[in-house]
Design a protein around this ligand. Structure first.
Ligand SMILES: Cc1cc2nc3c(=O)[nH]c(=O)nc-3n(C[C@H](O)[C@H](O)[C@H](O)COP(=O)(O)OP(=O)(O)OC[C@H]3O[C@@H](n4cnc5c(N)ncnc54)[C@H](O)[C@@H]3O)c2cc1C
Length: 237
């Protein structure tokens, strides 16, 4: 049985809050679904509530399902909610989710979570689908002054690339671990950060993605003098 923790591990705030309560789900209809890279989809449905960029929702195939959590990738004022996800072939939800078409039904919770970005200078650091909350923040108008690091395996891993190139410009950096390409840093995010002679210590660093990435990046930032309280993370697991 799955239990959902609170979505946020904020720097220095201690263990994840345990949310054993099952999420209440409401029926929505899929507006559209697009495969944007092999096995990676953006699913959209009409927005039926307000939310703060960075928040997550629960999604299930039926009202009584134990929902999986997904970051909202669309902006706070967009008419539709976008969810970015990749298929986990052994998973319960995502293989089913990928089969949905326009007008099919799925069940979603209200948004929750406190992973949120301040305006102004700061770093958004993501691996894989962990770019989703930063897409939401960018589309909500929080991109000015941000440096965005996105780590992926190959050139197809940089989801929402056009949007980040247009909104962040040269401060949008793609780190590709397995494939070299034009304009891309060859190596993991951790390598990129380790190679920086210095990093601003008075800016906030927002991390989102796998536990491995978040922990490794956090350690590098701390080694480079960034105070623990300036590191704010959301772990996908
Ligand atoms: C805060 C948060 C935000 C997230 N946001 C996103 C997002 O924006 N996009 C995204 O793609 N993902 C996100 N995730 C991950 C997402 O919630 C799911 O975990 C993921 O999509 C897999 O779901 P699934 O139902 O397909 O797989 P699951 O059924 O949950 O399976 C996941 C893995 O666990 C194994 N497993 C499942 N059940 C068992 C069992 N009973 N015994 C042993 N092993 C088992 C499976 O083999 C599989 O490898 C987020 C997670 C968190 C915590």
């Amino acid at each position: 049985m799955l239990h959902y923790p609170g979505s946020v591990r904020r720097g220095g705030s201690g263990p994840v809050k345990n949310m054993k309560k099952k999420l209440k789900l409401t029926k929505v209809k899929v507006s559209r679904q697009r495969e944007i890279a092999p096995g990676v989809f953006v699913l959209s449905f009409p927005r039926i509530w307000d939310f703060t960029a960075g928040q997550v929702i629960g999604i299930g195939g039926h009202e009584t399902d134990e929902a999986r959590l997904y970051s909202i990738a669309s902006g706070e004022l967009d008419d539709e909610v976008d969810i970015l996800y990749n298929i986990n072939p052994e998973g319960k939800l995502t293989p089913w989710l990928a089969l949905l078409n326009t007008a099919d039904t799925l069940w979603v919770s209200e948004p929750f979570g406190a992973f949120a970005s301040e305006p102004g200078n700061g770093w958004w650091i993501a691996s894989g689908t962990g770019i989703a909350p930063f897409s939401s923040m960018l589309r909500t108008g929080l991109g000015a002054g941000k440096k965005v690091l996105h780590g992926g395996r190959n050139m197809q891993s940089f989801y929402f690339r056009d949007q980040f190139e247009a909104g962040i410009g040269e401060n949008y950096i793609r780190c590709s671990s397995r494939e070299d390409g034009p304009g891309v840093f060859h190596g993991r995010i951790t390598k990129y950060l380790m190679e920086q002679p210095s990093l601003p210590v008075d800016e906030k660093y927002y991390l989102c993605g796998s536990a491995e990435m978040v922990v490794d990046v956090r350690d590098i930032l701390i080694d480079k003098g960034v105070p623990f309280e300036n590191i704010i993370s959301e772990i996908y697991f």
